[in-house]
Write a protein that binds this ligand. Structure first.
Ligand code: GUN
Length: 315
Protein backbone atom coordinates (compact mmCIF):
# COMPACT_ATOMS: atom_id res chain seq x y z
CA UNK A 1 0.00 0.00 0.00
CA UNK A 2 2.91 2.31 0.69
CA UNK A 3 3.60 2.87 -3.02
CA UNK A 4 0.04 4.18 -3.38
CA UNK A 5 0.74 7.03 -0.97
CA UNK A 6 1.33 10.19 -2.96
CA UNK A 7 4.47 12.09 -2.07
CA UNK A 8 3.80 15.68 -1.23
CA UNK A 9 5.62 18.52 -2.94
CA UNK A 10 8.34 20.28 -0.95
CA UNK A 11 7.32 23.67 0.36
CA UNK A 12 9.26 26.70 -0.90
CA UNK A 13 9.51 28.84 2.23
CA UNK A 14 9.13 32.49 1.21
CA UNK A 15 9.42 33.71 4.79
CA UNK A 16 12.88 32.14 5.16
CA UNK A 17 14.15 33.31 1.75
CA UNK A 18 12.82 36.84 2.35
CA UNK A 19 14.70 36.86 5.68
CA UNK A 20 17.92 35.88 3.86
CA UNK A 21 17.44 38.65 1.28
CA UNK A 22 16.75 41.24 3.97
CA UNK A 23 19.92 40.19 5.84
CA UNK A 24 21.93 40.54 2.60
CA UNK A 25 20.37 43.95 1.95
CA UNK A 26 21.31 45.04 5.49
CA UNK A 27 24.96 44.11 4.78
CA UNK A 28 24.94 46.07 1.50
CA UNK A 29 23.28 49.01 3.26
CA UNK A 30 25.95 48.92 5.99
CA UNK A 31 28.72 49.00 3.35
CA UNK A 32 27.15 52.12 1.78
CA UNK A 33 26.66 53.74 5.18
CA UNK A 34 30.36 53.18 5.89
CA UNK A 35 31.03 55.29 2.78
CA UNK A 36 28.69 58.06 3.99
CA UNK A 37 25.59 57.10 1.98
CA UNK A 38 22.45 55.87 3.73
CA UNK A 39 20.11 54.21 1.19
CA UNK A 40 16.68 55.79 1.40
CA UNK A 41 13.20 54.88 0.18
CA UNK A 42 10.38 57.41 0.16
CA UNK A 43 6.85 56.08 -0.16
CA UNK A 44 4.07 58.47 -1.16
CA UNK A 45 0.57 57.57 0.04
CA UNK A 46 -2.34 59.58 -1.35
CA UNK A 47 -5.61 59.16 0.55
CA UNK A 48 -6.64 56.94 3.43
CA UNK A 49 -7.20 53.50 1.95
CA UNK A 50 -6.75 51.23 5.02
CA UNK A 51 -5.11 48.34 3.14
CA UNK A 52 -2.61 50.75 1.52
CA UNK A 53 -1.85 52.31 4.92
CA UNK A 54 -0.92 48.85 6.27
CA UNK A 55 1.33 48.07 3.27
CA UNK A 56 3.06 51.43 3.51
CA UNK A 57 3.71 51.05 7.25
CA UNK A 58 5.31 47.65 6.68
CA UNK A 59 7.56 49.04 3.91
CA UNK A 60 8.78 51.84 6.21
CA UNK A 61 9.40 49.39 9.06
CA UNK A 62 11.31 46.96 6.80
CA UNK A 63 13.57 49.79 5.58
CA UNK A 64 14.45 50.76 9.13
CA UNK A 65 15.15 47.13 10.11
CA UNK A 66 17.65 46.93 7.24
CA UNK A 67 19.40 50.09 8.50
CA UNK A 68 18.03 52.21 5.64
CA UNK A 69 16.04 55.44 5.67
CA UNK A 70 12.34 54.85 5.17
CA UNK A 71 10.10 57.86 4.91
CA UNK A 72 6.40 58.12 4.12
CA UNK A 73 4.79 61.24 2.68
CA UNK A 74 1.05 61.20 3.38
CA UNK A 75 -1.10 63.38 1.12
CA UNK A 76 -4.85 64.01 1.41
CA UNK A 77 -7.33 62.15 -0.79
CA UNK A 78 -8.13 65.47 -2.56
CA UNK A 79 -4.51 66.02 -3.72
CA UNK A 80 -4.43 67.14 -7.37
CA UNK A 81 -2.31 65.45 -9.99
CA UNK A 82 -0.22 68.63 -10.26
CA UNK A 83 0.47 68.62 -6.53
CA UNK A 84 1.54 64.96 -6.59
CA UNK A 85 3.79 65.51 -9.63
CA UNK A 86 5.43 68.44 -7.80
CA UNK A 87 6.20 66.14 -4.84
CA UNK A 88 7.74 63.59 -7.24
CA UNK A 89 9.86 66.33 -8.86
CA UNK A 90 11.18 67.29 -5.43
CA UNK A 91 12.03 63.65 -4.58
CA UNK A 92 13.68 63.13 -8.00
CA UNK A 93 15.99 66.05 -7.19
CA UNK A 94 16.74 65.00 -3.59
CA UNK A 95 20.11 63.16 -3.36
CA UNK A 96 19.11 61.54 -0.05
CA UNK A 97 16.25 59.71 -1.80
CA UNK A 98 17.35 56.65 -3.79
CA UNK A 99 13.97 54.99 -4.27
CA UNK A 100 10.51 56.47 -4.83
CA UNK A 101 7.29 54.47 -4.60
CA UNK A 102 3.84 55.98 -5.06
CA UNK A 103 1.44 53.53 -3.48
CA UNK A 104 -1.25 52.37 -5.92
CA UNK A 105 -4.14 52.74 -6.35
CA UNK A 106 -4.21 56.56 -6.40
CA UNK A 107 -7.52 58.53 -6.14
CA UNK A 108 -9.47 58.85 -9.40
CA UNK A 109 -8.54 62.48 -10.13
CA UNK A 110 -4.93 61.28 -10.67
CA UNK A 111 -3.75 59.36 -13.75
CA UNK A 112 -1.48 56.56 -12.47
CA UNK A 113 0.47 56.43 -15.74
CA UNK A 114 1.34 60.14 -15.49
CA UNK A 115 2.67 59.44 -11.99
CA UNK A 116 4.77 56.48 -13.13
CA UNK A 117 6.22 58.47 -16.05
CA UNK A 118 7.25 61.33 -13.75
CA UNK A 119 9.40 59.19 -11.41
CA UNK A 120 13.06 59.15 -12.48
CA UNK A 121 13.74 55.66 -13.92
CA UNK A 122 16.87 55.51 -11.73
CA UNK A 123 14.67 55.89 -8.60
CA UNK A 124 11.76 53.75 -9.84
CA UNK A 125 12.27 50.83 -7.44
CA UNK A 126 8.78 49.53 -8.31
CA UNK A 127 10.05 48.85 -11.84
CA UNK A 128 6.90 50.33 -13.38
CA UNK A 129 8.48 53.06 -15.58
CA UNK A 130 8.58 52.11 -19.30
CA UNK A 131 12.36 52.70 -19.30
CA UNK A 132 12.73 49.97 -16.68
CA UNK A 133 10.26 47.70 -18.51
CA UNK A 134 12.52 48.08 -21.56
CA UNK A 135 15.76 47.63 -19.63
CA UNK A 136 14.46 44.41 -18.07
CA UNK A 137 13.27 43.10 -21.47
CA UNK A 138 16.68 43.60 -23.05
CA UNK A 139 18.42 42.04 -20.06
CA UNK A 140 20.07 45.29 -18.91
CA UNK A 141 21.09 44.51 -15.32
CA UNK A 142 20.76 48.16 -14.29
CA UNK A 143 16.99 48.04 -14.86
CA UNK A 144 14.57 47.53 -11.96
CA UNK A 145 12.15 44.61 -12.30
CA UNK A 146 8.84 44.78 -10.41
CA UNK A 147 9.30 43.31 -6.95
CA UNK A 148 6.85 40.40 -7.08
CA UNK A 149 8.16 38.68 -10.24
CA UNK A 150 11.74 39.49 -9.18
CA UNK A 151 10.95 37.72 -5.89
CA UNK A 152 9.62 34.69 -7.77
CA UNK A 153 12.95 34.42 -9.65
CA UNK A 154 14.86 34.46 -6.36
CA UNK A 155 12.58 31.77 -4.90
CA UNK A 156 13.19 29.53 -7.94
CA UNK A 157 16.93 30.10 -7.76
CA UNK A 158 17.24 29.44 -4.02
CA UNK A 159 14.99 26.38 -4.25
CA UNK A 160 17.49 24.95 -6.78
CA UNK A 161 14.99 24.95 -9.65
CA UNK A 162 16.64 24.78 -13.07
CA UNK A 163 15.02 27.50 -15.16
CA UNK A 164 17.23 27.38 -18.28
CA UNK A 165 15.59 25.12 -20.85
CA UNK A 166 12.47 24.56 -18.71
CA UNK A 167 8.96 24.94 -20.10
CA UNK A 168 7.45 27.74 -18.02
CA UNK A 169 3.80 28.73 -18.17
CA UNK A 170 2.71 32.07 -16.78
CA UNK A 171 -0.97 32.29 -15.96
CA UNK A 172 -1.96 35.96 -16.14
CA UNK A 173 -0.69 38.89 -18.23
CA UNK A 174 -0.87 41.84 -15.82
CA UNK A 175 1.60 44.69 -16.12
CA UNK A 176 2.79 44.16 -12.54
CA UNK A 177 3.23 40.37 -12.53
CA UNK A 178 2.48 38.37 -15.69
CA UNK A 179 4.32 40.45 -18.29
CA UNK A 180 7.50 41.17 -16.27
CA UNK A 181 7.50 37.54 -15.08
CA UNK A 182 7.59 36.53 -18.73
CA UNK A 183 10.56 38.76 -19.52
CA UNK A 184 12.53 37.56 -16.47
CA UNK A 185 11.91 33.90 -17.35
CA UNK A 186 12.85 34.43 -21.01
CA UNK A 187 16.07 36.15 -19.93
CA UNK A 188 16.79 33.16 -17.67
CA UNK A 189 16.48 30.97 -20.81
CA UNK A 190 13.14 29.33 -20.07
CA UNK A 191 10.70 28.61 -22.90
CA UNK A 192 7.71 30.68 -21.83
CA UNK A 193 4.01 30.46 -22.63
CA UNK A 194 1.72 33.22 -21.36
CA UNK A 195 -1.89 32.20 -20.73
CA UNK A 196 -4.85 34.44 -19.87
CA UNK A 197 -8.64 34.63 -19.84
CA UNK A 198 -8.89 34.16 -23.63
CA UNK A 199 -6.49 31.19 -23.86
CA UNK A 200 -8.06 28.18 -25.60
CA UNK A 201 -7.74 24.84 -23.81
CA UNK A 202 -5.94 26.32 -20.84
CA UNK A 203 -5.41 23.03 -18.98
CA UNK A 204 -3.56 21.57 -22.00
CA UNK A 205 -1.16 24.53 -21.81
CA UNK A 206 -0.63 24.43 -18.04
CA UNK A 207 -0.07 20.65 -18.10
CA UNK A 208 3.00 21.21 -20.28
CA UNK A 209 4.66 23.35 -17.62
CA UNK A 210 7.78 22.31 -15.75
CA UNK A 211 7.35 25.62 -13.91
CA UNK A 212 3.83 26.99 -13.48
CA UNK A 213 3.38 30.55 -12.24
CA UNK A 214 -0.20 31.30 -11.19
CA UNK A 215 -0.97 35.02 -11.21
CA UNK A 216 -4.57 35.14 -12.37
CA UNK A 217 -6.28 36.52 -9.26
CA UNK A 218 -8.90 33.79 -8.90
CA UNK A 219 -8.97 31.71 -5.70
CA UNK A 220 -7.99 28.04 -6.18
CA UNK A 221 -8.21 28.36 -9.98
CA UNK A 222 -5.38 25.89 -10.63
CA UNK A 223 -6.56 22.37 -9.89
CA UNK A 224 -4.53 19.15 -9.74
CA UNK A 225 -5.57 18.05 -13.24
CA UNK A 226 -3.97 21.22 -14.67
CA UNK A 227 -0.52 20.36 -13.29
CA UNK A 228 2.10 18.01 -14.74
CA UNK A 229 3.38 15.50 -12.16
CA UNK A 230 6.65 16.82 -10.72
CA UNK A 231 6.08 20.44 -11.81
CA UNK A 232 7.21 23.40 -9.70
CA UNK A 233 4.18 25.54 -8.83
CA UNK A 234 4.51 29.17 -7.76
CA UNK A 235 1.35 30.80 -6.44
CA UNK A 236 1.30 34.59 -6.74
CA UNK A 237 -2.40 34.89 -5.85
CA UNK A 238 -3.54 36.69 -2.72
CA UNK A 239 -7.33 36.44 -2.73
CA UNK A 240 -9.55 37.35 0.18
CA UNK A 241 -12.36 34.84 0.60
CA UNK A 242 -15.05 35.31 3.23
CA UNK A 243 -14.76 32.97 6.18
CA UNK A 244 -17.17 33.44 9.07
CA UNK A 245 -14.79 31.53 11.39
CA UNK A 246 -11.80 33.78 10.68
CA UNK A 247 -10.96 36.67 13.02
CA UNK A 248 -11.37 39.42 10.38
CA UNK A 249 -14.13 37.62 8.47
CA UNK A 250 -11.87 36.53 5.60
CA UNK A 251 -9.05 34.16 4.75
CA UNK A 252 -6.25 34.48 2.22
CA UNK A 253 -6.35 31.97 -0.60
CA UNK A 254 -3.91 31.58 -3.46
CA UNK A 255 -4.68 30.97 -7.12
CA UNK A 256 -3.80 27.29 -6.60
CA UNK A 257 -5.93 24.58 -4.95
CA UNK A 258 -3.03 23.95 -2.58
CA UNK A 259 -3.78 20.55 -0.97
CA UNK A 260 -4.68 18.77 -4.21
CA UNK A 261 -1.85 20.33 -6.25
CA UNK A 262 0.69 19.58 -3.54
CA UNK A 263 0.07 15.87 -4.17
CA UNK A 264 1.08 16.29 -7.85
CA UNK A 265 3.83 18.95 -7.85
CA UNK A 266 7.47 18.52 -6.77
CA UNK A 267 7.79 21.98 -5.17
CA UNK A 268 5.12 24.53 -4.29
CA UNK A 269 4.78 27.90 -2.56
CA UNK A 270 2.13 28.25 0.16
CA UNK A 271 -0.23 31.22 0.59
CA UNK A 272 0.47 32.97 2.87
CA UNK A 273 4.21 32.51 3.39
CA UNK A 274 5.32 32.00 -0.22
CA UNK A 275 5.67 34.82 -2.73
CA UNK A 276 4.08 37.49 -0.49
CA UNK A 277 7.02 38.09 1.89
CA UNK A 278 9.40 38.37 -1.07
CA UNK A 279 7.81 41.56 -2.40
CA UNK A 280 9.04 43.87 0.35
CA UNK A 281 12.41 42.10 0.47
CA UNK A 282 12.90 42.82 -3.24
CA UNK A 283 11.78 46.43 -2.77
CA UNK A 284 14.58 46.85 -0.23
CA UNK A 285 17.02 45.13 -2.59
CA UNK A 286 16.04 47.43 -5.47
CA UNK A 287 16.47 50.47 -3.22
CA UNK A 288 19.95 49.46 -2.11
CA UNK A 289 20.86 48.78 -5.74
CA UNK A 290 19.53 52.23 -6.73
CA UNK A 291 21.89 53.73 -4.13
CA UNK A 292 24.82 51.58 -5.31
CA UNK A 293 24.21 52.52 -8.95
CA UNK A 294 23.96 56.24 -8.09
CA UNK A 295 27.30 56.02 -6.28
CA UNK A 296 28.88 54.23 -9.28
CA UNK A 297 27.56 56.97 -11.61
CA UNK A 298 29.04 59.65 -9.36
CA UNK A 299 32.42 57.89 -9.28
CA UNK A 300 32.38 57.58 -13.06
CA UNK A 301 31.54 61.28 -13.44
CA UNK A 302 34.40 62.17 -11.11
CA UNK A 303 36.89 60.07 -13.08
CA UNK A 304 35.64 61.51 -16.39
CA UNK A 305 36.10 65.04 -15.06
CA UNK A 306 39.59 64.05 -14.01
CA UNK A 307 40.41 62.78 -17.55
CA UNK A 308 38.95 65.89 -19.21
CA UNK A 309 40.49 68.41 -16.80
CA UNK A 310 43.53 66.72 -15.23
CA UNK A 311 45.17 70.09 -14.62
CA UNK A 312 42.35 71.01 -12.22
CA UNK A 313 43.45 68.23 -9.92
CA UNK A 314 47.18 68.21 -10.76
CA UNK A 315 48.14 71.79 -11.66
N1 GUN B 1 -0.04 48.63 -4.33
C1 GUN B 1 -0.05 47.31 -4.07
N2 GUN B 1 1.16 46.75 -4.37
C2 GUN B 1 1.92 47.76 -4.85
C3 GUN B 1 3.27 47.83 -5.31
O1 GUN B 1 4.01 46.83 -5.38
N3 GUN B 1 3.72 49.05 -5.68
C4 GUN B 1 2.93 50.15 -5.65
N4 GUN B 1 3.45 51.31 -6.05
N5 GUN B 1 1.67 50.12 -5.22
C5 GUN B 1 1.18 48.92 -4.82
Amino acid sequence: MLDKLATLADLIDGVAVAREIRAEVALDAAALIARGVTPGLTVVLVGEDPASAVYVASKEKACKEAGMNGETIRLSATTTQGELLAVIDRLNADPAVHGILVQMPVPKQIDPQAVILRISPDKDVDGFHPVNVGRVWIGDQTGFAPCTPAGVMVLLERAGVKVAGADAVVLGRSTIVGKPMTSLLVNASATVTVCHSRTANLAAQTRRADILIAAIGKPEFVTADMVKPGAVVIDVGINRVTDANAKNGYRLKGDVAFDAVRAVASKITPVPGGVGPMTIAMLLKNTVRAAQQREQQREQQRSEQHIQHPSVLHP
